[in-house]
Design a protein around this ligand. Sequence first.
Ligand code: C2E
Ligand code: CA
Ligand code: CA
Ligand code: CA
Length: 279
Amino acid sequence: AKRTGGNRACFFNEIERDSRSHERIRLEAELKRALLADEITIAFQPKIDCATLRVVGAEVLARWDHPERGLLAPGCFIDVAEESDLITRLGDRVLELACRQGRVWLDHGQRLPLAVNVSIRQLEKPGFTARVLDILEITGFPAELLQLEVTETVAMGDPERISEAAKPLLEAGITFAIDDFGTGYSSLAHLQRLPFNTFKIDRSFISGLADDHHSRSIVQTILAMAKSLNYEVVAEGVETEEQHAFLAENGCTTAQGFLFARPMPAEHFEAWSKAFLMD
Ligand code: C2E
Ligand code: CA
Ligand code: CA
Ligand code: CA
């Protein structure tokens, strides 16, 4: 499985070669230890309303605060977590941290919707639905402020099973986004059977906007389709003013990317969003 976790040096980049290699087993053990030692943390990246430039939410991204190697991006460890049972514990941890922080912000008067990434492996595991609802109850974070981002490969899973798992969550008020939209191989007929209300346009199309007319057409098509299906759209990986202008002109509602802010810890997010809202 390919997954890019930013440009950060990854100390486990040898592991792709042999899935049962010594390195992989060592990483699995280290990750297990990290979960017990509370080394898994989260970063928040703001989502911005394309028209008003207001902060309308944040995506929650897992980080591993490694004692020797510093802050590690998920590209270094999500794959290994997914191939073991650790993804369940890691996912629960991320969700709990997110909801707890979201609750703190709510208590401070900031009603911030949060989007948390969920892997298909996690979603398909029995007990997922109950644990999500548990975490909401324990933390007191409102379900209607929670969105779950699932990559488009979700459509390769069993739609019956996924709809079944999602049903109580939808009823509670949670929404679902299709992450990295446009990069999977799912048919629209298949996607239509799944309970999404948001597309997240993959970064690869956004980075092509400046000089590739195919990317522009694809983005315009996704925006038009979303409009007629009454889906929301988030453009990810927005890095330049030009990209933002194109998206705003073509009716994209929400954008996310380094142009506005990089993912940051909760304390920074608070300060950043106050400053950002000033102007
Ligand atoms: P993603 O869900 O597509 O998340 C967006 C990634 O793009 C993040 O990388 C973010 O830092 C990066 N990004 C945001 N804006 C820009 C930009 O303007 N330019 C560029 N070049 N990059 C940008 P990150 O944090 O390394 O996460 C990588 C992937 O790891 C995520 O991709 C997601 O699939 C996965 N991931 C992260 N956290 C979790 C988690 O808690 N659970 C699961 N299952 N997967 C996670
Ligand atoms: Ca995501
Ligand atoms: Ca994405
Ligand atoms: Ca991605």
